[in-house]
Write a protein that binds this ligand. Structure first.
Ligand SMILES: Cc1cc2nc3c(=O)[nH]c(=O)nc-3n(C[C@H](O)[C@H](O)[C@H](O)COP(=O)(O)OP(=O)(O)OC[C@H]3O[C@@H](n4cnc5c(N)ncnc54)[C@H](O)[C@@H]3O)c2cc1C
Length: 502
C-alpha cells in the first residue's frame, strides 16, 4: 500500500482511482501553497528583491458535479427534519469534495456531508451552509488484503448498504453488520452510530472499518488505517463527519454464513418476567432481536443461530422467506402501524436464510403516509430488568395521562469492544454487551409522540443511565450528550453539533 496520510504529492493524473486522488491532490496543493506560503517556491537567495505585491488569490478549482444555490429546502426520509442550505452540492469525484471544502467563498461553511438522509435527527440540518450529498460517489472498487492480511472491500462513502451487501453476496462474502436498513450509506455509518443483532460480529458497522480516506478541513485527502493510526482511526469513527468528509473505506469481509431464526411470541404478567424471559433467550442463541409491546407485556422474539456457509437464501426456505421479508419491510416502512399493515402472517417457527437478503430499501414516504420514526437508547445488559420495569412504568403513566402509546419497541444486542477501539459515544464502555431499546412510532410529527420521545430521553438517559445518539435520538439537549471537542473542526461543525461539544 502506498497510501500516504496526507495528499499524495503532485503526480501523473490518470483515469485510475489513484489517478483521481492525485488529480485532487494537485488542486489541493494549489490551495495550500496559495494560502499559507505564497512565496515559498525557492530559497530566499534565489529570489531577487522585489517590491511586495498583494498575494494572488488561490486559483479557482473546478467543481464538476451538481450545484444548487437556489434556496431549495431538503428534508430527511421521515420528513421530520428540513434544512435550507446556502449551497447543496453533489460531487462526482473526490476532487469535487476537495474543491468544496477548500473554498469558503463559493461554498460557505459549515460544510456537512449527507448520504441517504435516513437519519431521524437534526444531524442533516445545515441552514445557510454547504451540504455535500455523497450519493453519487458510490463505487465499489474491489477486494484486497489490508496490511494485517485481512480481506477487505474498498468502497466509496456514498455506497448504499444494500448495494454493498448484493455485491458481496455475488462473491460469497459478507460483512457481519446486516441491519435491515439498506439505504444508509457507508460514509455515514462509518462515522456514526448503528445497531444490529449481528451473527458473530460486534453489531455496529464502524467496527468493521479498518481504514478510511477523508477530506480534511484544508481540503487535503488523508487516509487513516488500523495498522498505522489505530487511535486516530478509532476516534475518527466517532466523529459524525465533524473531523472530515469520508470519501472511501476499507471494510473487513468474511465468507458468507446463513442464519437460522427461531421465532416465538412471549407474553408475561410483569415487565420483570418479560425481561427475564428475554434474557434467557438472548443467552441461548448467537444473536437476539425482538419487537416488544411493553404495554401488552409481550414480545416477538427472533433467536438467531449460525447455520453454516451460504450467501443466498436456500430454495427450500422459499416462498416463506420472501413473504416474511416483504412483511418486515412494510412493517418497518410504516413504523409498526397496525392500521396501515395487512393482517400479519405469523412467522414460521424456524427458517434458514441469508441475512443479506433481509436488508431492505424503503420508499421515500409522502407527508401523509405512516412512516417509521424512533428514538435510540443504549444500555448495558446488566440493566435489562431495570430498563424494562422503569420504561414500562413510564409508558403506562404516559398512556394514562395522554392516551398515547408508541407502536412498539425494537430491541437489539450489540457486543462492545475494548475501549481503545470505540473511545467515544455509543459502545464506548469497554468489553461487554449492550442492548438498545428503541420506542417506535409511525408519525414523526405527532405532538404526543414528540412529547413521549422527549420524556423518554429523561427516563432512559438520566434515570437509567443510557446513552443517546446525535444521529438516532431526537430532542437531545447538551445535558444529554457530549461530543469531545477535539473531534470537531470549525469548517465541518454545524450549529446542531456545536451545542454538544465539550
Ligand atoms: C426506515 C429506517 C430504518 C432504519 N433501520 C436502522 C437499523 O436497523 N439499524 C441502524 O443502525 N439504523 C437504522 N436506521 C438509521 C440509519 O441507518 C442511520 O440514521 C444512518 O446513519 C443513515 O445513513 P444515511 O446515509 O442516510 O445518513 P444521513 O442521514 O444522510 O447522514 C447522517 C449523518 O452522517 C454523517 N455523514 C454522512 N455521510 C458522511 C460522510 N461521507 N462522511 C462523514 N460523515 C458523514 C453526517 O453527520 C450526517 O449528518 C434506520 C432509519 C430508517 C429511516
Amino acid at each position: 500500500m502506498d497510501d500516504p496520510r496526507e495528499s499524495d504529492p503532485v503526480g501523473e493524473v490518470g483515469p485510475s482511482r489513484r489517478g483521481v486522488l492525485r488529480g485532487a491532490a494537485l488542486a489541493v496543493v494549489g490551495i495550500v501553497t496559495g494560502s499559507t506560503a505564497p512565496a515559498s517556491r525557492g530559497t530566499a537567495a534565489d529570489v531577487p528583491a522585489a517590491p511586495p505585491t498583494p498575494a494572488a488569490p488561490p486559483p479557482t478549482r473546478p467543481f464538476q458535479g451538481l450545484i444548487d444555490a437556489e434556496g431549495h429546502v431538503y428534508h430527511n426520509w421521515g420528513r421530520s427534519q428540513e434544512t435550507r442550505p446556502g449551497v447543496w452540492v453533489e460531487p462526482i469525484s473526490v476532487a469535487d469534495v476537495q474543491a468544496v471544502v477548500g473554498d469558503p467563498v463559493r461554498f460557505p461553511g459549515p460544510v456537512s456531508a449527507v448520504g441517504g438522509m435516513m437519519s431521524v435527527t437534526g444531524t442533516i440540518g445545515n441552514d445557510g451552509g454547504t451540504i455535500v450529498s455523497m450519493r453519487k460517489l458510490d463505487a465499489i472498487h474491489g477486494l484486497e488484503r489490508d496490511a494485517a492480511g485481512r480481506q477487505v472491500v474498498r468502497v466509496e462513502a456514498g455506497c448504499r448498504l444494500k448495494k454493498l451487501h448484493l455485491w458481496l453476496q455475488a462473491r460469497d462474502l459478507e460483512i457481519p453488520f446486516q441491519a435491515e436498513i439498506g439505504d444508509a450509506t457507508v460514509g455515514s455509518v462509518a462515522a456514526g452510530d448503528t445497531k444490529d443483532s449481528s451473527l458473530d460480529g460486534e453489531g455496529y458497522f464502524s467496527a468493521g472499518v479498518v481504514s478510511l480516506t477523508f477530506v480534511d478541513e484544508t481540503g487535503a485527502v488523508r487516509t487513516l488505517d488500523e495498522a498505522t493510526d489505530p487511535q486516530a482511526l478509532a476516534e475518527f469513527k466517532c466523529s459524525y463527519g465533524l473531523s472530515g468528509i469520508i470519501v472511501e473505506c476499507l471494510v473487513e469481509v468474511r465468507p458468507a454464513i446463513l442464519c437460522r431464526s427461531r421465532f416465538s411470541i412471549v407474553r408475561k404478567d410483569s415487565p420483570e418476567a418479560l425481561a427475564a424471559a428475554i434474557r434467557e433467550r438472548q443467552a441461548g442463541c448467537d444473536a437476539f432481536w425482538a419487537t416488544v409491546w411493553l404495554d401488552k407485556l409481550a414480545a416477538l422474539c427472533d433467536e438467531r443461530f449460525q447455520a453454516g456457509p451460504g450467501a443466498v437464501t436456500p430454495p427450500d426456505s422459499q416462498p416463506v422467506f420472501d413473504a416474511l421479508r416483504i412483511q418486515r419491510r412494510l412493517t418497518i416502512q410504516h413504523g409498526l402501524s397496525a392500521k396501515d399493515l395487512p393482517r400479519p402472517t405469523p412467522p414460521p417457527a424456524e427458517i434458514v436464510y441469508s441475512r443479506a437478503d433481509c436488508v431492505n430499501e424503503y420508499w421515500r414516504p409522502e407527508a401523509t403516509e405512516s412512516r417509521l420514526d424512533f428514538q435510540y437508547y443504549e444500555h448495558d445488559l446488566s440493566h435489562l430488568e431495570r430498563v424494562f420495569t422503569e420504561s414500562h412504568a413510564f409508558t403506562i403513566r404516559f398512556r394514562d395521562a395522554h392516551g398515547f402509546l408508541p407502536n412498539g419497541w425494537i430491541l437489539y444486542f450489540v457486543r462492545r469492544p475494548e475501549q481503545a477501539k470505540k473511545p467515544f459515544g455509543l459502545y464506548s464502555g469497554g468489553p461487554g454487551t449492550s442492548f438498545s431499546f428503541d420506542p417506535v412510532y409511525s408519525d414523526p410529527l405527532d405532538p404526543l409522540w414528540q412529547r413521549f420521545a422527549k420524556e423518554a430521553n429523561d427516563v432512559a438517559i438520566h434515570t437509567l443511565g443510557g446513552r443517546g445518539s446525535p444521529i438516532q435520538t431526537q430532542w437531545l439537549t447538551p445535558d444529554d450528550l457530549t461530543i469531545p471537542k477535539q473531534l470537531a473542526r470549525p469548517r465541518f461543525t454545524t450549529p446542531y453539533y456545536a451545542r454538544f461539544l465539550g
